[in-house]
Design a protein around this ligand. Structure first.
Ligand code: NAD
Length: 320
């Protein structure tokens, strides 16, 4: 792909920062928009920018995507060819406490991105969606054609809504858009509110962990490098309109995931077994045949190897 000016919203975030690294290394002119909010420690976002991304060049604009005028200034400043929209208020559990934050960042923010993409005639958009749109599904694996209109969390409702907004913009203004439904992404520089981070921290600090659903949960964990490979393929391919699962395609039992963390930290974790939490789904399991067909994408990282990479970063990068 020709070097382009690519806007990565949420570029100080976990997935966004890995994407910035990859795109900048490929020679693209990358512009980050991020508001560095304090949903989790802003110092980690700053460290992604200053440490993780120190060997690549890019521009950073500290802007809230819900602020249309401020965001428009960014589009006026740079001739943006393409947008990879990763910024969002993430997290299922927090959406129960703070639904209005999700309305601002995920709904208004995404609408602003789509509207500015239209006004400034960008070449295409990838949009971060989520496996949570499938709700409490009972049949697996989950294909993109599976029902996705009965979300069981506010977070999922906003993610599905952004897909619908995107479709309308694609249909009306011919903007190529690919919505990528990520399945539990993990890896170095990950989010502190996610299970792998909390469990690794607890293992190393010798504190107990809460396990919901009495541990009877399955998750399709997807390693960050595989996700980035999927996103960059979608950027290069730039299909007119697609919704595509990016998952590993091999669900893992939660208890096996925890025992792999115990192996790599060389610790035994004390576990509090608790009932399911509102908004959480019991299982996720992606059918990834559409990603294979459209993008030629295949995840290659085994869970055990990915956990090893995460624990290594946590001990030698994050803690240091
Ligand atoms: N990590 C996962 O497992 C996962 C799974 C499914 C979907 N997703 C989606 O992928 C995307 C990236 O997730 P992540 O795990 O990297 O989360 P993250 O919280 O690390 O990254 C999101 C970034 O967006 C920024 N942001 C949030 N609201 C903003 C706003 N209003 N204006 C500007 N910047 C804002 C945050 O500061 C943060 O740096 C999100 O859209 C998320 O919903 C993530």
């Amino acid at each position: 792909m020709q070097p382009s000016t690519i806007l990565v919203t949420g570029g100080a975030g976990f997935i966004g920062s890995h994407l910035v690294k990859r795109l900048a290394r490929e020679g693209h002119n990358v512009v980050i928009v991020d508001n560095f909010n304090d949903y989790y420690e802003p110092a980690l976002k700053e460290a992604r920018i200053n440490t993780f991304l120190k060997d690549v060049t890019f521009n950073v604009e500290r802007v809230d995507i819900a602020d249309y005028d401020a965001l428009k200034n960014v589009f006026e400043k740079y001739a943006i060819d393409y947008i990879s929209h990763q910024a969002a208020q993430a997290g299922v559990r927090y959406s129960i406490d703070a639904p209005l934050v999700y309305g601002q960042s995920n709904l208004i923010g995404t609408l602003n991105i789509l509207q500015l993409a239209r006004e400034f005639e960008v070449r295409g958009i990838t949009l971060a969606s989520s496996s949570s749109v499938y709700g409490d599904a009972q049949t697996f694996p989950l294909k993109e054609s599976h029902m996705s209109d009965e979300p069981i969390s506010l977070y999922a409702a906003t993610k599905r809504s952004t897909e619908l907004l995107a479709h309308a913009y694609h249909h009306l203004y011919n903007i190529p858009i690919t919505c990528l439904r990520y399945f539990t992404v993990y890896g170095p520089w990950g989010r502190p509110d996610m299970a792998i981070f909390k469990f690794t921290k607890a293992a190393l600090e010798g504190t107990p962990i809460d396990i919901y659903g009495h541990g009877e949960m399955g998750r399709d964990f997807t390693y960050i490098d595989d996700i980035i490979d999927g996103i960059t393929r979608a950027i290069e391919k730039n299909p007119a309109w697609e919704i595509i699962n990016l998952g590993c395609g091999k669900p893992e039992r939660l208890m096996n995931f925890i025992s792999s963390i115990e192996t790599h930290t060389n610790k035994t974790i004390e576990k509090n077994m608790l009932p399911m939490q509102p908004g959480d789904v019991k299982e996720t399991w992606a059918d990834i045949s559409h990603a294979q067909d459209v993008l030629g994408w295949n995840p290659v990282t085994r869970l055990d190897e990915g956990i090893k990479q995460f624990v290594n970063w946590y001990e030698n990068g994050y803690q240091a």
